[in-house]
Ligand binder design. Structure first.
Ligand code: NAD
Length: 488
């Protein structure tokens, strides 16, 4: 084992904590397959320690006013800004993202953090009219307790900010289960929280595998709210197990998002957004536009232009590259297998379809941007998320057929339509079964102040971020006073 390879520990009660088992996982560089670091392979007992640390820190943290908590979070925002380059470099290295994408993600995480720090001065309740004379009622938000936050590696610092800041501003203490493939960014962030003055134990990080390390957050009675971003299968398990003990659960799951191109669309714009939707972040986006539904009359023109665009995209990790590798070998192999299955089910690969063979990419976990046509709506690749740079093309006659196809999977996260008709756009946006509907844009997600979440198998109905995230991380209490009761 080379000596210069670092070990990424847990973070418990304001300091680094070695795994009790003394066992470690290997984390590889997605760009070249080389060993990058060793990651704590945490046991149940490591997670239990982190939970206890959060339990102990909760009373003092939740006793602070939201305004004071917001000031501390604002100091974390400042620390993130000062260290933005280091955070972005770490994201780029661990995920294989080109530098401009890692910087963009880090900027997004900071914006998210800034928004929720400001919520400290806006943690509003409502005042309510009463039917009883002299009775005055209002609502307040109170913290739930310990928040167990479980994140994937696709946009790691954004995922951490997305959950941590709303959880903390509401007064919860946190145990974050970092993604196996993005361990160091969680540790860097934890160190910044301490540097910025967050009290020890309020934010803890557990590294390692979903089972056993993450699962304890789901089963342990001391964890009061679980927010999970990840695959639908794991989300289902979490809902079932946490549901039995009536813990609050917020699930942000997978997607198989449709992008519709109508006959009156600006085809060049549609190609631009379709390529971004399908291939940016190497397709590792829950919001990826992986099903492109095109009107028959513009199908050939759109197809030709999209394939030409996909073929110009530059793979790699240097500045200006369009997409990097996927995050690990297992994911690469599963995408390649999905492409092979699609071929067997009648799919024609129009471009890509495999791993690149160029010597500078061949050792990494790359997949060429791939476009496949000819698949039936019921084929596996037409309905199952692959989480890679692979899009399928589907031909339809009109907007009614497009909508039917758009709504034909179990998911319902995002959708887009390209058209110059307000009538069509509005009708589709109202009818499509998705948490986000975009017109003449990509299947993109939200901004910090906008609710994001999905219908069907894309979630369990919660919305984060936006003010809606406060509903996940707080309890609403209704308080009433009776004054001058003698007048009743
Ligand atoms: P995953 O479900 O395998 O893992 C996500 C996280 O959950 C990891 O930290 C993992 O260790 C942990 N985990 C796994 N099993 C667990 C268990 N039994 N108990 C507790 N924790 C467990 O997902 P992935 O492959 O890492 O990420 C890709 C998935 O995430 C895709 O399906 C994608 O669509 C989804 N995603 C959704 C959103 C959204 O906002 N809807 C955003 C990003 C990614």
């Amino acid at each position: 084992m080379p000596n210069n390879i670092s070990y990424i520990p847990n973070w418990i009660n304001g300091q680094e904590a070695q795994p009790k088992t003394a066992s470690w996982l290997d984390k590889f560089n997605p760009h070249n397959g080389e060993l990058l670091c060793h990651v704590a392979d945490s046991s149940e007992s490591d997670t239990q320690c982190a939970i206890q640390s959060a339990v102990d820190a909760f009373p003092a943290w939740s006793d602070l006013t939201p305004v004071k908590r917001g000031q501390i979070l604002a100091d974390i925002v400042s620390a993130m800004k000062r260290n933005a380059d280091a955070l972005a470099d770490c994201v780029a290295l661990e995920t294989g993202k080109p530098p401009q994408d890692a910087k963009g993600e880090t900027g997004g995480a900071i914006l998210q953090a800034e928004y929720f720090a400001g919520e400290g001065m806006r943690l509003y309740g409502r005042s309510l009219a009463s039917g009883m004379p002299g009775k005055y009622s209002h609502t307040v938000r109170q913290p739930r307790g310990v928040a167990g936050l479980i994140v994937p590696a696709n946009t790691p610092i954004a995922n951490i900010a997305w959950k941590t800041f709303p959880a903390l501003i509401c007064g919860n203490s946190v145990v974050l289960k970092a993604a196996e493939d993005a361990p160091r960014i969680a540790l860097l962030f934890a160190r910044l929280t301490k540097e910025a003055g967050l009290p020890d134990g309020v934010f803890n990080v557990i590294q390692g595998r979903g089972q056993p390390a993450g699962a304890v957050l789901v089963t342990d009675e001391r964890v009061n709210v679980i927010s999970f971003t990840g695959s639908t299968g794991v989300g289902r398990w979490i809902a079932e197990v946490a549901g039995k003990r009536l813990a609050r659960v917020s699930l942000e799951l997978g997607g198989k998002n449709p992008l519709v191109v109508c006959d009156d669309a600006d085809i060049d714009q549609a190609v631009h957004w379709a390529a971004l939707s399908a291939f940016s972040n190497a397709g590792q986006r829950c919001a990826a536009g992986s099903r492109i539904i095109v009107f028959r009359t513009v199908y050939e023109e759109f197809k030709e232009k999209l394939v030409a665009k996909a073929q110009t995209l530059k793979l790699g990790v240097s500045a200006g590259c369009d997409l990097g590798p996927v995050v690990n070998k297992r994911q690469q192999q599963s995408i390649l297998a999905a492409i092979e299955t699609a071929k067997k089910q009648g799919g024609r690969v129009l471009c890509g379809g495999g791993a690149p063979t160029a010597p500078d990419l061949a050792q990494g976990y790359y997949i060429q941007p791939t476009v496949i046509e000819g698949l039936a709506p019921s084929a596996e690749l037409s309905c199952k998320e692959v989480f890679g740079p692979v899009a399928t093309l589907h031909l339809v006659a009109d907007v009614e057929e497009a909508l039917k196809l758009a709504n034909a999977t179990e998911y319902g996260l995002t959708a887009a339509i390209h058209t110059r008709s307000v009538d069509r756009a509005m009708w589709f946006a109202q009818k499509v079964r998705a948490g986000m509907a975009n017109v003449n844009l990509g299947t993109y997600g939200s901004e910090p102040h906008m609710p994001f979440g999905g219908f069907g198998a894309s979630g369990n109905g919660t919305r984060e971020p936006g003010v809606e995230a406060l509903d996940v991380y707080s309890e609403l209490k209704n308080i009433s006073f009776l004054v001058r009761p003698e007048q009743l």
